[in-house]
Design a protein around this ligand. Structure first.
Ligand code: PA5
Length: 355
C-alpha cells in the first residue's frame, strides 16, 4: 500500500502531528477571525501614509500575501521588510505591522525597535516572546495568537488578523463575501485533501506523488501567484527537506528561460509546477504557453495547476492550501518528519551565542 494511504505509517512518520494542523486549516481561519473581531484597535491611528510589514520566513509570508491582495486597490505604499533594517522612507506617519510567530526573531525585533524609535504607529502579531514584551512596554496593540505551532502551520493566525486589522482600521475594504467564499472553499478542500481520502482521488497526495524524488521548481505570475509560488517553495523546503526554487512570469522570460539549455541530464530530474489562472491576459497566457514549448525538452515533467476560486482571497488561500498539504505528503512519502527545522534552529542558536 502507498504510504500516503497507510494511516499507521503516517502517524509514525509525522511524530509532531503537523498534518493534523494543516487538515484543520479551516478551523484556524475561523479562530483567526474571532481573534481580530475581539481585538481592540481603537487606539491605533487610522490615517497612515504607508504600511510596512516586518517579518521573516513563515511570519514574513503574512506580509507577502497581504501586499499581493491589496496592492492593486490601496493608494498608499505597502512595503515588505525582511531583514534587520527599516528603510529610511518609513517615517512616523507609517503603520508598521510586526509579525513574528515566536516573537523572538532578531531581524523582526531590530526593525520593530527602529519603527518604535521613529514613532511609527506599530501593531504587533505574535504568540509571545520578546516582541510581546516590547509591545506591552511601549503600550502598543499586541494581537496574541495561539502558541506551540510551527510558524508555517500558523499562517491563518499570522495572516488573517493582520489583513482584517487593515479593514478594521479603514485602510482597505475586505468584502465579507470574499471571506465566506475563501473559508467555504477551504472547508471543501479539507475533505478532498484529508489523509482519509485515498491517493487516487486526493489532489494533494497526487501532487506529492508526482513530485516524488524529483527537484521541484515553481512558476507563478506577477502579483498573487508570485506570493503563492514562494509559499510553496518554502513549504517544500521546510516540510519535506527538499531543495526547491521559484520564479515568476514575466520576469523569468528575461533571464531564467535561457538557463534551461545546458545540464539537461540534471534538469531532466526536475519537475516544473506552473500555477495557471482562467483569466490570464492574452499576453501572459502566450508567455506561459511559449515558455513551456521552449523549455519542455529539458525538464522531466511540467504540471500546470489551475487556480480555483473567484475572489483573490479564495484563489490565494485555496492554492496555498493545496501546496501546504502536498508538501506535508511529500515529506511523508520520503519518510521524513515534516515538523522539525533543525537547520533553522542551529542557525538561531549560533547567532544567540553572539549576544
Ligand atoms: O518556518 C519557520 O520556522 C521559519 O521560517 C520562521 O518563521 C522564521 O525563522 C521566523 O521565526 P518567527 O516566525 O518565529 O518570527
Amino acid at each position: 500500500m502507498n504510504i500516503l494511504d497507510d494511516m499507521n505509517r503516517i502517524k509514525e512518520i509525522d511524530k509532531n502531528g503537523i498534518l493534523k494542523v494543516e487538515e484543520d486549516f479551516y478551523q484556524q481561519l475561523l479562530d483567526a477571525r474571532e481573534i481580530i473581531q475581539n481585538a481592540d484597535l481603537s487606539e491605533v491611528r487610522k490615517k497612515n501614509n504607508g504600511i510596512a510589514f516586518l517579518g521573516m520566513g513563515g511570519s514574513g509570508f503574512a506580509g507577502d500575501i497581504i501586499k499581493a491582495l491589496i496592492k492593486d486597490d490601496i493608494n498608499i505604499p505597502v512595503e515588505i521588510v525582511k531583514g534587520y533594517k527599516l528603510p529610511a522612507f518609513i517615517k512616523s506617519n507609517w503603520l508598521v505591522v510586526a509579525v513574528s510567530y515566536s516573537g523572538d526573531t532578531e531581524e523582526t525585533i531590530s526593525a520593530a525597535n527602529q519603527a518604535l524609535e521613529r514613532k511609527c504607529e506599530t501593531l504587533i502579531i505574535c504568540s509571545g516572546g520578546k516582541l510581546e514584551g516590547i509591545g506591552r512596554r511601549e503600550s502598543k496593540v499586541v494581537i496574541k495568537i495561539p502558541p506551540k505551532l510551527q510558524p508555517r502551520g500558523a499562517i491563518g493566525y499570522l495572516f488573517l488578523p493582520a489583513y482584517l486589522a487593515l479593514d478594521k482600521l479603514g485602510l482597505i475594504k475586505v468584502n465579507s463575501a470574499d471571506i465566506e467564499e475563501a473559508t467555504n472553499l477551504i472547508k471543501l478542500k479539507a475533505v478532498l485533501y484529508s489523509r482519509k481520502n485515498s491517493s487516487d482521488r486526493n489532489p494533494a497526495k497526487k501532487l506529492a506523488l508526482k513530485i516524488s524524488d524529483r527537484l521541484p521548481i515553481i512558476y507563478g505570475t506577477e502579483g498573487l501567484l508570485t506570493a503563492v509560488s514562494y509559499r510553496l517553495k518554502c513549504e517544500i523546503n521546510e516540510n519535506s527537506k527538499t531543495p526547491c526554487w521559484c520564479n515568476n512570469f514575466p520576469e523569468l522570460n528575461h533571464n531564467e528561460i535561457v538557463g534551461w539549455e545546458r545540464l539537461k541530464d540534471i534538469t531532466k530530474k526536475f519537475i516544473l509546477l506552473i500555477f495557471r489562472e482562467k483569466d490570464e491576459t492574452a499576453r501572459v497566457k502566450k508567455r506561459i504557453d511559449v515558455t513551456i514549448n521552449i523549455i519542455k525538452e529539458n525538464i522531466g515533467e511540467i504540471i500546470e495547476i489551475q487556480v480555483e476560486g473567484k475572489s483573490k482571497l479564495a484563489r490565494a488561500l485555496s492554492t496555498i492550501y493545496l501546496g501546504d498539504m502536498a508538501s506535508v505528503y511529500l515529506a511523508l512519502l520520503a519518510g521524513v518528519d515534516p515538523t522539525p527545522v533543525e537547520k533553522i534552529k542551529i542557525l538561531k542558536e549560533e547567532l544567540e551565542k553572539l549576544n
